[in-house]
Design a binder for this molecule. Structure first.
Ligand SMILES: [Zn+2]
Length: 393
């Protein structure tokens, strides 16, 4: 499945004329159109994305990367949806396809063949029940980009929020898909309309909100885009996670995410997580935490079924716990990496989670220097009156 936004680069008058000739007499009769099999399974965590660090050659302050993050966030903050995103710790790449990285990047060379009329293309798998990979390429070869509403440039946020709509499984709200769209709902009601009029539009509109809520309805966990956070979302301490989850620091460091507790006798963490056991408290039971993990690269100390589950390549039975564990073998703690400890020849633990620090209560202290920082950042979007007429496909 590929969907894109185009810009024909016609003189404005011609574009307007073409638009009036082709003006639809009927709008598409739904609010949104979903891509068959284009939605992700978010039960086990947020939708991953990776930003290619170079971004756009036209922008040298990385504000385009922030604009991309803001566009993801705009979708996550639609009330009544549980869609969430997690930026990968690994950088994105200038590549599309099933390469294990869901990259957003600018094509500055024209190698991806978007052509002068196309501003961005989203490519993702579809038809497999749930989406497993997607990429977004922006046309840096034919188009000038900006984040500061430069009139002649393409606004990163306005195109990104549209492409991310495709990324999460929404199609153009039109009668016919695949470049033959007719009777599309217009930009007055849908950011997913294929025609971009050059106006700054960096948030989903009412029709788009209906679409994202239908694909990713609120799961009732109580999470919000500003927290509390759901499983797999980044966190810094336990209380930032929704009820029942803790903020898990994975072995060896890396980003902490909200996850469940588990134990040697209750080790189901869901598909994208592994139950890493800590030191047994008694003879036959150990508690642990669920850490994000690829199914074939579980860390030492994780409950496993076969050697292929383990990053170490060895899944062996720990008799005391009656569980097979990904093995990093040891004689004592010094043999274990990443803070793990040695138990009966197996390195265990290395994970942690912490309650949030209790804010100091009123104490009558003379100093007021410890008052909390309440940064209230209100971003006001001044809608620029752009004259450029563009089409987004
Ligand atoms: Zn599109």
């Amino acid at each position: 499945m590929t969907a894109c936004r185009t810009s024909p680069l016609l003189p404005a008058a011609t574009a307007l004329l073409a638009a009036s000739i082709a003006a639809p007499t009927l709008a598409y009769d739904g609010a949104y159109l979903a891509i068959e099999g284009g939605a992700w399974d978010i039960e086990d965590g947020p939708i991953p994305f990776a930003l290619e660090p170079a971004g756009s050659d036209d922008i040298d302050d990385d504000s385009e990367l922030e604009a991309l993050r803001s566009a993801f966030r705009a979708w996550a903050c639609v009330p009544g949806t549980s869609v969430r995103f997690a930026e990968s710790e690994e950088p994105g790449v200038v590549d599309m396809g099933d390469d294990g990285v869901n990259s957003l990047f600018w094509d500055e060379t024209g190698d991806f063949g978007l052509g002068p009329g196309t501003l961005g293309v989203t490519s993702g798998d579809a038809g497999n029940g749930v989406r497993r990979q997607a990429d977004i390429v922006f046309n840096g070869f034919d188009s000038q980009w900006s984040t500061d509403e430069t009139p002649s440039a393409v606004d990163v946020g306005s195109i990104a929020v549209h492409e991310i709509g495709h990324y999460i499984g929404l199609d153009h709200p039109c009668d016919k898909p695949g470049g033959q769209e007719q009777n599309c709902n217009g930009p007055d009601r849908s950011i997913m309309t294929p025609a971009w009029d050059g106006a700054i539009g960096r948030t989903p509109m009412p029709d788009d909100e209906e679409g994202v809520k239908a694909l990713y309805p609120d799961d009732g966990s109580g999470g919000g885009c500003d927290g509390p956070f759901r499983k797999g979302e980044a966190c810094s301490c336990d209380d930032e996670c929704v009820e029942g989850l803790v903020c898990v620091q994975p072995p060896g460091g890396g980003r902490s995410v909200c996850g469940e507790l588990c134990a040697s006798d209750d080790s189901d963490c869901g598909g994208a997580f592994a139950c890493v056991l800590g030191m047994p408290e008694g003879d036959d039971r150990a508690e642990g935490v669920c850490v994000p993990s690829a199914a074939n690269a579980k860390p030492p100390g994780a409950v496993c079924i076969s050697d292929g589950d383990c990053a170490s390549g060895t899944c062996a039975l720990l008799f005391d716990l009656a569980r097979s564990i990904c093995m990093e073998d040891c004689d004592d703690d010094d043999d274990c990496t990443e803070g793990r400890r040695c138990y009966d020849g197996f390195c265990l633990g290395g994970t942690s989670h912490e309650a949030c620090p209790v804010p100091p209560g009123p104490c009558g202290c003379a100093s007021s220097s410890s008052s909390g920082a309440f940064g209230s950042a209100v971003a006001l979007l001044a809608a620029g009156a752009l004259l450029a007429r563009r089409r987004r496909g």
